[in-house]
Design a protein around this ligand. Structure first.
Ligand code: FE2
Length: 136
């Protein structure tokens, strides 16, 4: 595992969306640090996970409001992807709360980090022509 670095490729070009993505990456990097700590502390991981989950949902609803505001044509499909991610992360978190092992925590990290980077690059950047110059 390695920390995710913010890069230009990840920029959607709308300040609040980009700031949200930077925060999500910070939480993921916090999780990565907790997973690489010499001593694995499930309570520390659980705390980061709670923040990550909460912030992910807040971010999705902010992004969805912006998409509605600009009448993004692929809104429904994009929202479906958000729901699917929330469902998957929720499921993986459920496994972790039942069995707070390093392996279960790592599964959450791997899924969420891959999903987020891929989603930003493949989906969120499609918003750029619609949201550039939109201040919310
Ligand atoms: Fe998105």
């Amino acid at each position: 595992m390695s920390a995710i670095a913010w890069r230009r490729q990840l920029s959607v070009g709308q300040p609040s969306i980009d700031e949200d993505h930077k925060h999500l990456i910070e939480y993921l990097n916090d999780l990565d640090v907790a997973l690489n700590a010499r001593v694995f502390l499930p309570a520390r991981v659980a705390k980061i996970l709670m923040k990550l989950l909460e912030y992910t949902q807040e971010h999705f609803s902010r992004e969805e409001k912006i998409m509605q505001l600009v009448r993004y044509p692929k809104f429904d499909d994009h929202v479906r992807q958000h729901h699917e991610a929330v469902r998957m992360i929720g499921e993986l978190s459920g496994h972790f709360s039942r069995d707070p092992s390093h392996q279960n925590a790592e599964r959450i990290y791997t899924f969420t980090a891959n999903w987020l980077v891929n989603h930003i690059i493949m989906q969120d950047t499609q918003l750029t022509p619609y949201v550039r110059g939109v201040w919310v």
